[in-house]
Design a protein around this ligand. Structure first.
Ligand SMILES: C[S@@+](CC[C@H](N)C(=O)[O-])C[C@H]1O[C@@H](n2cnc3c(N)ncnc32)[C@H](O)[C@@H]1O
Length: 238
């Protein structure tokens, strides 16, 4: 990640506050927005699109901190039933406009993902996140993991692309996310199935990201056929 993506030096507002993000969207060109879905996430989704793990077309996917929603729109095009959430009104408006122009069907919600209504509890087969974990203040990381796990169905999946920015960016966002951070915060609730440094990151982020696929740990095992492939049928891959 280049310094132009570090928002801290020029912005003294609190990233926990929607105004911090809204300002960047209202300015028109948020520095983190790459204009297309992140290639490592597109690749990471391939097994699920092929249905290898029974996450067949029509499965429910949540995209938290969706921004302009490039991943959300990609997922909708692939046939997933997508809910995209962001608390910045200008991001949500921008995504809704693009969705309408593209004639896609996906639900776009303006909300703090820490405060989604109860109806979302346990509603998702998968969470796909891109630069969301690194956007929240580090003291809320465990809360984030708890919230995401509560939104997933038993043995649901989280596919995330995390920034591993260097220590000079401690005053994020983005707040650095090392592989140790991922293990530390997610492993009490999720099994980390795969974690890798992607070879196909956007050029300026190459070598500074982690792609992780995790499965919600649930000792109660299978509750519906969609999840049967994850447990005792010898599923391969993520
Ligand atoms: C770095 S941006 C990433 C946006 C998008 N995922 C992308 O990669 O282009 C982080 C996003 O998370 C959103 N966000 C941060 N905290 C949030 C919260 N508590 N609830 C909902 N959205 C939040 C911000 O508004 C912003 O759109």
């Amino acid at each position: 990640m280049e310094l132009d993506e570090n928002l801290a030096p020029t912005d003294s507002a609190d990233p926990a506050d929607v105004g911090f993000w809204e300002k960047h969207y209202s300015d028109g060109a948020p520095p983190w927005d790459q204009g297309l879905p992140a290639p490592p996430l597109v690749r990471g989704l391939e097994p699920f699109i092929r249905g290898v793990n029974m996450l067949s077309s029509g499965a429910t996917v949540l995209v938290p901190g969706c921004g302009f929603g490039h991943e959300a729109m990609y997922l909708a095009r692939c046939g997933f039933c997508v809910t995209a959430v962001d608390f910045a009104p200008a991001a949500v408006d921008g995504l809704r406009r693009r969705v309408a122009q593209a004639g896609l069907e996906l639900q776009v919600i303006e909300s703090d993902f820490f405060a989604l209504p109860e109806i979302h509890r346990g509603a998702y087969d998968m969470v796909v996140e891109h630069t969301c974990f690194c956007a929240i203040p580090p003291d809320r990381r465990d809360e984030y993991v708890q919230v995401m796990s509560g939104l997933l169905r038993p043995r649901g999946l989280l596919l995330g692309l995390f920034f591993d920015v260097d220590d000079t960016m401690k005053n994020g966002p983005p707040f650095p996310t090392t592989s140790e951070d991922i293990h530390q915060h997610f492993e009490s609730i999720f099994d980390i199935v795969t974690i890798e440094k992607p070879h196909d990151s956007f050029d300026k982020r190459l070598g500074r990201e982690w792609l992780a696929c995790m499965r919600l740990r649930d000792s109660n095992m299978i509750t519906d056929p969609l999840h049967a492939g994850y447990s005792n049928h010898g599923a391969t891959g993520p």
